[in-house]
Design a protein around this ligand. Structure first.
Ligand code: C2E
Ligand code: CA
Ligand code: CA
Length: 414
């Protein structure tokens, strides 16, 4: 099945695959046979390498569009699988900029060695301070490195903080819980939003330190927030819960389960008041491991929310096998829902699916009364968005809980 999808190329012994100077648009995986990579020169040929089955030739084309630096031909009848640049372009784009920069440096070094062999004389010394032609990658990589250093330093200097955004029971307008959202009080840049540092932390593994901070901080503040909620029972939908964002990286690490269980033991927080949010796309990176880890949390009674639901590509079959207790509909569907039929249909579909699975839904990005009403009419149980409150620091959140009234939603939009 897969086989028929592969683009194969057959070369008779002696025929050329590509020549030096040609534009490279593909790499070739040798399925059977043998190829020779060589430099053609007036004084004769220099064979640089022989490549056989399971090896790859022409791979530099996958990383950039520059001309081939050597030629290749079949030594014997050879079958190749073609890997086109388009097939790989988006994967390269997604690669960590540091890795991309190293790859391009490796390529450049290889090219200059080949160029030297071609001329059979030592290469011209490069201009002092001249950089390779990848300033974009280079700057990206430098920025990533700098942010990583700053995250490490920032953790030591307690620059990270959680903000809390209310999650509301749509039918009654009562407060149900909060989502903890991280902020970085950067000494020079001011308040930095998670979109500017979480992806970098995820790629470098520093995310585990940030997640540890978020969980410990939640353990510290949640008992206080709950106490404040006790003083306002009429404003509350039930015992207050806190939702904490975790990353797919956390789920793949053994330390994570013990971090969570120790936190529950240490703080005495009722596990049903702590919810972990993980995005659909991150779950898909290692679905089996993620499912096993999530099941251990479910077994102790914690909540598990699938975040940004509808934006990933997971199959419904797979999702229904996951042990989750809440679905969160992404803001991307909620925002245009009132004007765009397709978004509305997606929201309705998710709500129907959740009903089948008997799990509640939180709609994200609710900004207007009209949206809140439409969602309530469609049977959505919970809403989160600027209509109910923006993410706010701890002190302001304490005040918000104490003063929460079921009419808060209407007052806010007035
Ligand atoms: P998310 O989990 O989907 O969080 C919801 C985001 O939507 C938040 O952005 C929130 O401020 C924003 N939002 C909420 N209501 C509205 C609304 O009505 N309108 C609009 N326009 N936006 C709204 P934020 O705080 O910038 O966080 C962005 C993302 O960063 C989060 O998306 C989450 O994926 C990630 N993140 C935040 N904190 C953490 C954390 O502690 N750990 C991890 N791993 N990821 C985090
Ligand atoms: Ca979230
Ligand atoms: Ca979300």
């Amino acid at each position: 099945m897969q086989d028929s999808l592969l683009n194969r190329l057959r070369l008779a012994a002696g025929s050329e695959l590509f020549a030096a100077g040609e534009a490279g648009t593909a790499a070739f995986l040798i399925e059977s046979g043998c190829l020779e990579v060589y430099l053609a020169q007036p004084a004769g040929e220099i064979v640089l390498a022989r490549r056989g089955s399971g090896e790859i030739v022409g791979e530099m084309a996958l990383l950039d569009n520059r001309p081939r630096s050597a030629s290749a031909r079949a030594v014997e009848d050879t079958v190749l699988v073609v890997i086109s640049q388009e097939q790989i372009a988006h994967r390269i784009e997604e690669t960590d900029p540091i890795l991309r920069m190293c790859l391009s440096v490796i390529l450049d070094r290889f090219r200059s060695t080949v160029a030297m062999l071609e001329r059979q004389d030592p290469p011209e010394p490069p201009e002092r301070n001249a950089r390779s032609e990848t300033p974009h990658d280079f700057n990206d990589a430098l920025r990533t490195l700098a942010v990583e250093q700053q995250i490490k330093a920032g953790l030591g200097r307690a620059e990270f903080e959680l903000f809390y955004q209310p999650i509301v029971a749509l039918g009654s307008g009562r407060l149900a819980g909060f989502e903890a959202l991280m902020r970085w009080n950067h000494p020079e840049r001011g308040l930095v939003m998670p979109g500017d540092f979480i992806p970098i932390a995820e790629r470098s593994g520093l995310i585990s330190d940030l997640t540890t901070f978020a969980l410990n901080e939640t353990g510290r503040v949640l008992p206080e927030l709950m106490t404040s909620a006790l003083a306002n029972p009429r404003g509350l939908a039930g015992p207050l819960f806190m939702s904490v964002n975790i990353s797919g990286y956390d789920l793949s690490r053994a330390y994570f389960a013990s971090l969570v269980t120790e936190l529950l033991e240490r703080t005495g927080i009722d596990p049903s008041c702590l919810k972990l949010e993980v995005t659909e796309s991150l779950l898909m990176k290692d679905p089996e491991r993620a499912a096993t880890m999530l099941r251990t949390f479910r077994n102790v009674g914690m909540g598990v929310a699938i975040d940004d639901f509808g934006t990933g590509h997971s199959s419904l079959g797979y999702l229904s096998s996951l042990p989750f207790t809440t679905l969160k509909i992404d803001r991307a569907f909620v925002r245009p829902m009132l004007v765009d039929q397709t978004s509305r249909k997606v929201v309705e579909l998710i709500l129907r699916l959740a009903q089948e699975l008997k799990v509640p839904v939180v709609a994200e990005g609710v900004e207007s009364d009209a949206e809140a009403r439409a969602l309530t009419d469609m049977g959505c149980e919970f809403g989160q968005g600027y209509l109910f409150g923006r993410p706010a620091p701890f002190e302001a959140t304490l005040g918000l809980i104490a003063g929460w009234q079921t009419t808060a939603r209407r007052r806010l939009s007035a």
